[in-house]
Design a protein around this ligand. Sequence first.
Ligand code: SAM
Length: 300
Amino acid sequence: MTSYKEIATPIRTKEILEKYGLSAKKSLGQNFIIDTNILSKIVTSGEITNETTVIEVGPGIGALTEQLAKRAKKVVAFEIDDRLLPVLADTLSPYPNVEIIHSDVLKVDLHAFADQYLDDASEVVLVANLPYYITTPIIMRFLESGIKMDRMVLMMQKEVASRISASPRTKAYGSLSIAVQYYMNAEVAFTVPKTVFVPQPNVESAIIKLTKKTEPDYDLKDEQLFFRLVRSAFVQRRKTLWNNLLVAFGKDEAVKGKLASALEEAEIDPKRRGETLSIEEFARLANALNQQGMDIKKAN
Ligand code: SAM
């Protein structure tokens, strides 16, 4: 196909889909971007330079991949849908710095991937117009893997973007905010109208920017216990921290004593609700629980 126009235009997208007899698969969260302005805002947010190795999830027909390839040192993209492989080979043929990996990003061995692609990378940025049905698992998989990652710039459902970037004492703040902000600073970069997609999604969208925390903020004695504690504090949002902790860790007198001592040690009022605690306070409480001999096995 002659690349007389950028992929992310309504006309070229229609041509590509028609040429290959393709229609978007809803089950794979396929909503293709047809607006180059949005793409350049994404690339600018990602601070992509010729030193950057970009990981992309779900290149689709290559709209975002093309704009990334023009700026980045290299783009490696995971695509699950085999129908798109010949399309991408065609649309991205002018860009030798792009490599497509045909695989489910939730199943791929990220450490083996990092050994192969990121060993000599000076800077790594994840950029994606995510398949919305698996937004959280994708983000958490990359964060928990610990592979090199300086930034993430991700299109997602607006409501999920608000939850990820939320501050304590807001309705959107919860275990997802903490799970992500434990690793990264999070901000909503901008919101995106439905009209830039084909087909248009049913929900509002936003771009979130996550930037790696330079110093570890929290010296956790037991990371698993921290995450268990956070989840338990939000099981029933309207309940006090104390009541949620009793449900998670048990109600016998010995346990109650340890919970009360840990809360006192961490200087946290048991009558507070989980949604009022900052990540630092959760970390302090997790360490105090650890000091009391509590661990994940003692939680329900
Ligand atoms: N990047 C393109 C764009 O912006 O126009 C397409 C984005 S579309 C919202 C999501 C893409 O993710 C689709 O190409 C879809 O096939 C792909 N995808 C869905 N689930 C996936 C998975 N588990 N692993 C890898 N890619 C996946």
